[in-house]
Design a protein around this ligand. Structure first.
Ligand SMILES: Cc1cc2nc3c(=O)[nH]c(=O)nc-3n(C[C@H](O)[C@H](O)[C@H](O)COP(=O)(O)OP(=O)(O)OC[C@H]3O[C@@H](n4cnc5c(N)ncnc54)[C@H](O)[C@@H]3O)c2cc1C
Length: 405
């Protein structure tokens, strides 16, 4: 298609940046509500999932590590509309693993919950990326997914639509309506993370003459977030037995325990072939202390402007491993990590903090742009629940605005 041309007049097109839970929920709900216009979905990562993705291996199909969210919790009484079809389709299932909390003296409280494990708990069936895969399945086959494609810049068209540009300012695609389901193009963290001079939406928000967009862009730019580092281990079958016998599948750390060990969560994920994936999330404080250390094998490391530092990465892996060893010492001694291929992954913006984006700013019809994601205020803020709900809500509001316009 020639840039800026060929857009169907009868059915306006929609470009969604980000194939995390919110972006996938949005496209699923648009289709469920009967909208058949063209949808393109743009994702910088290797596939859909975002912070609820699963790390896989190109060489070994049996390997899967849920290195972001290990589960989802629905804490409000009215479940998101997409939950039932996801369950019916077998994409997600009730969480069946044991929960526990660790106190500062090393005491284990079996069954204790924390803010991330309150309400009804679910997980992707087999792996967390099944959640987004299921959402895309619900959306149907006519959603154009562009993975490993970073949208670097945005421009507006004379007809009031949007153009998406890559790192070389080359045209990627165009659409009448745009949804941003991540904050990268609006938030100043793109400057520190990727060395961009300015978040690309900000100059447009200043010049488009849409006060609602200006407010939305300012509100998103002001959202703080808390980081995490993740240590990923793939324990070979012989050593994995001890990990499988642990009295929990998900261990959270009380505040004092978090300060003591520098860890916030430990997730045990047995694989079918006898191996066991182990994911240890650092505390926010440890992640902040090592803000310049990214995982050299993470997808953000492929983006220009990001320079991994192997030495500091190895030092952080060693320090997280030693904390992990101290934590599991009552059950696993000595800690056998030979062949476990330790990897580091950084979640620079793991959890949004503060009030989030007010719901009335989620859609700016005058500029034909919308925002969804766990950073939108409301039930489940900062969790998958908010990502699902915001995608669903924005789908309804966008459809209403398209019909009205
Ligand atoms: C370590 C960790 C543990 C967690 N634990 C839990 C938990 O137990 N329970 C729970 O409910 N939640 C948990 N969460 C939070 C949960 O993962 C998020 O709330 C949810 O996944 C957010 O989904 P989203 O779609 O809003 O955002 P994201 O998942 O961040 O999706 C945004 C997507 O947009 C893409 N993107 C952004 N900008 C661009 C661009 N310019 N071009 C192309 N692509 C772009 C990103 O790559 C990303 O895939 C956890 C998160 C982390 C990191």
């Amino acid at each position: 298609m020639i840039p800026g041309q060929g857009l169907a007049k009868a059915a306006p097109s929609l470009a969604v940046i980000g194939a995390g839970v919110a972006g996938c929920a949005l496209v699923a709900q648009m289709r469920r509500l009967g909208w058949r216009g063209p949808i393109s979905l743009w994702e910088s990562g290797r596939g859909p999932g975002g912070r609820a993705s699963t790390r896989r291996s190109r060489h070994d199909a049996r390997v899967r590590l849920d290195h972001g969210a290990p589960l989802l919790s629905i804490s409000s009484t009215e479940a998101p509309a997409l939950l039932a079809p996801l369950l019916d389709g077998g994409w997600i299932e009730p969480w069946g693993g044991g929960l526990a909390q660790l106190g500062a003296e090393g005491q284990l409280i079996i069954g204790a919950t924390d803010p991330l494990t309150q309400g009804d708990l679910y997980r992707g069936r087999g792996s967390m990326d099944q959640l987004c895969r299921g959402l895309l399945e619900l959306a149907g086959s006519d959603v154009e997914l562009h993975s490993q494609c970073l949208v670097r810049d945005l421009a507006t068209t004379a007809a009031g639509g949007w153009e998406l540009l890559d790192q070389q300012q080359q045209w990627l695609g165009a659409a009448d309506w745009l949804v941003l389901s991540g904050t990268l193009l609006v938030h100043p963290r793109c400057q520190t993370l990727l060395g961009w001079p300015e978040p690309p939406l900000q100059p447009l928000a200043r010049t488009l003459g849409d006060p609602q967009l200006q407010r939305a862009a300012a509100a998103i730019a002001a959202i703080d977030s808390s980081p995490r580092c993740a240590l990923l281990l793939l324990i070979p079958p012989a050593a994995a037995e001890a990990w499988r016998r642990l009295p929990f599948r998900l261990l959270s750390f009380e505040a004092a325990a978090e300060r003591r060990w520098g860890l916030s969560r430990l997730s045990i994920q047995p694989l079918e072939d006898g191996r066991c994936a182990v994911v240890a999330h650092s505390s926010a404080a440890v992640a902040r202390l090592h803000s310049d250390v990214i995982g050299s094998r993470s997808s953000v490391a492929q983006l220009s402007g990001v320079r991994p530092s192997p030495q500091r990465e190895q030092a952080l892996i060693a320090s997280l491993t030693s904390a992990l060893s101290a934590v599991v010492e009552p059950w696993i001694t000595p800690l056998e990590l030979e062949g476990s291929d330790p990897q580091l992954m950084r979640w620079g913006a793991a959890f949004p903090e503060g009030a989030g984006l007010a719901r009335e700013l989620m859609l700016c019809p005058q500029s034909r742009i919308g925002f969804c994601g766990d950073f939108c205020s409301g039930p489940g803020f900062g969790r998958i629940e908010a990502a699902l709900r915001s995608g669903e809500e924005l789908a309804e509001r966008t459809l209403a605005a398209i019909s009205a316009g």
